[in-house]
Design a protein around this ligand. Structure first.
Ligand code: SF4
Length: 385
């Protein structure tokens, strides 16, 4: 398991279960929960289900039973990330500035760049990570829609990740003095809450996320596996450039567990994108060094700090050694992620009807003024030690 592989593995997992119980019990609080893509393919393991079981509907049902006022999906904001980051990529390709564009949804990777490659901070996408975007929208768009004082809203993120417990405390990830996300729980902590509440998880019936911030596409769910963000971005960038609907959207070339993957995607407008994907920070370092030395010319880089991506994040269920001897956990969970993608009726972020709606009703356009205020951030050089 990857607690040691997690870039902030040195920080011990800080338990926040009590904070969530207290918020739910407080009649003055409106408590909203959101769940990351990788949680739904691992949570079942805590209740005796096979590795890689998909439990999305049961997870939503359990969260309602725990007493959350709304159950939203971080995947909605993953779709939004594709709109914002895809636009950023197209603009940078046009201007030639700050290439390669590097993804910013993994806080372990972002902090690694801040410590070890501060000369490449401008290459990072300015997009906040999806759960931070979702939190910012819950406290602005959703609060306004529901006429709730944002100061009374508590946003809880269920994440496969312990680094997110650091990320949500970053000062620059708040708007109007309110943190985008108040509390981060890991998949294991959520399982603990479900057990404490005496919920018979395995026998729950499936329920749906709440809307408007719970609707998502197959492109969003694949964020949970290495290569997923790149594939989701390529689905949208390719189709927008083509100006027409495309059937072939499975970019097998960016999937799989090879340490560094590279692909050149020819766009319909005659241009091409050189994409590179790394997982695990040793691979990320190798890749960045090749880019800096000029050995590789890359336009778009996706990095996930955990081997295999978020499916094996430090907050996921711990698998015993015997089971690990007979299977590769990251492969089983990634398979579940791609099955979930295939099962969804919409598989491209820009086709999510609620994404279209939020731009029409509230945000205006991708990379517009309000998007910059709520959905984008900046980074800082940090000392190595
Ligand atoms: Fe967290 Fe995912 Fe990054 Fe691992 S890969 S540190 S789980 S965001």
């Amino acid at each position: 398991q990857c607690i040691m592989a997690c870039p902030v593995g040195a920080l011990h997992e800080k338990e926040n279960i009590k904070d969530v119980w207290n918020a739910i019990a407080d009649p003055d609080k409106y408590v909203v929960v959101q769940t990351a893509p990788a949680v739904r393919v691992a949570l079942g393991e805590e209740f005796g289900m096979p590795v890689g079981s998909r439990v999305t509907g049961k997870m939503v049902s359990a969260l309602r039973k725990l007493g959350f006022d709304k159950v939203f999906d971080t995947d909605f904001a993953a779709d939004l990330t594709i709109m914002e980051e895809g636009t950023e990529l197209l603009k940078r390709l046009e201007s030639g500035e700050n290439l390669p564009l590097m993804t910013s949804c993994c806080p372990g990777w972002v902090k690694f760049v801040e410590h070890f490659y501060p000369d490449m901070l401008d290459n990072l996408s300015t997009c906040k990570s999806p759960h931070q975007m979702e939190g910012a929208l819950i406290k602005s768009y959703f609060a306004k829609k529901m006429d709730i004082d944002p100061a009374k809203i508590t946003v809880v993120s269920i994440m496969p990740c312990v680094a997110k417990k650091f990320e949500n405390q970053r000062e620059e990830l708040s708007s109007e003095n309110l943190q985008d996300v108040d509390i981060v729980l890991t998949t294991r902590e959520l399982a603990q809450m479900i057990k404490e509440a005496g919920i018979d998880f395995a026998n729950l019936s499936d329920e749906e996320f709440d809307n408007p911030l719970g609707e998502s596409t197959g492109a969003a769910v694949i964020f949970g596996a290495t290569g997923g963000v790149a594939e989701a971005a390529l689905r949208t960038v390719f189709e927008i450039t083509a100006g027409k609907e495309l059937e072939a959207i499975d970019y097998e070339v960016v999937r799989g567990t090879e340490g560094i993957k590279e692909a050149t995607i020819e766009l319909p407008n005659g241009k091409s994108i050189n994409a590179a994907i790394a997982h695990g920070l040793a691979n990320a370092r190798k890749l960045l060094d090749m880019v800096k030395s000029g050995e590789k010319k890359i336009d778009f880089i996706e990095v996930m700090a955990c081997p295999g991506g978020c499916v094996t994040g430090g907050g996921q269920p711990i698998i015993d050694a015997k089971t690990r001897e007979v299977m590769d956990v990251k492969i089983e969970r990634a398979k579940a992620i791609y099955d979930e993608d295939k099962s969804l009726p919409i598989r491209k972020s820009h086709k999510n009807p609620y994404i279209k709606q939020i731009y029409e009703e509230f945000l205006g356009e991708p990379n517009g003024h309000l998007s910059h205020e709520l959905l984008h951030t900046h980074y800082q050089k940090r000392n190595r030690f």
